[in-house]
Write a protein that binds this ligand. Structure first.
Ligand code: SF4
Length: 113
């Protein structure tokens, strides 16, 4: 729709207002990449209904840039120190925090995690 409006009327919005249905990370990132300020509620799905843990069960540790899982393990973006400063969020506004595979394989709570 934005491309059609630009092609037809040569209009490029500075901001967009929309409902939560448009509040996914990829859509918000797409708008920001085009210098359009999204005024859109972010889709937030913190609670799980399938018996597995929700995001709120993982504690954020800002000082160490990590989450702590219910089993007390540290979930980090990187488990090594990299000299490459380009490593980090994937450019789509997503940063993944994980524990080592070996640790999770041996975890007694893996089925709930
Ligand atoms: S599987 Fe266990 S150790 Fe791994 S993140 Fe989940 S709770 Fe923590």
């Amino acid at each position: 729709m934005l491309d059609r409006v630009k092609d037809t009327f040569d209009l490029h919005p500075e901001r967009i207002i929309a409902d939560t249905a448009y509040g996914s990370g990829p859509i918000l990132g797409w708008l920001v990449d085009r210098n359009i300020a999204p005024h859109i509620p972010v889709i937030d799905k913190p609670a799980r209904t399938d018996g597995t843990w929700s995001r709120v069960d993982f504690e954020w540790d800002a000082e160490n840039d990590q989450y702590v899982c219910p089993e007390g393990q540290s979930l980090k973006q990187f488990h090594r120190n990299y000299s490459d400063s380009n490593r980090g969020p994937d450019g789509k506004g997503v940063a993944k925090y994980r524990e080592l595979k070996l640790t999770c394989q041996a975890c007694p709570s893996k089925a709930k995690c």
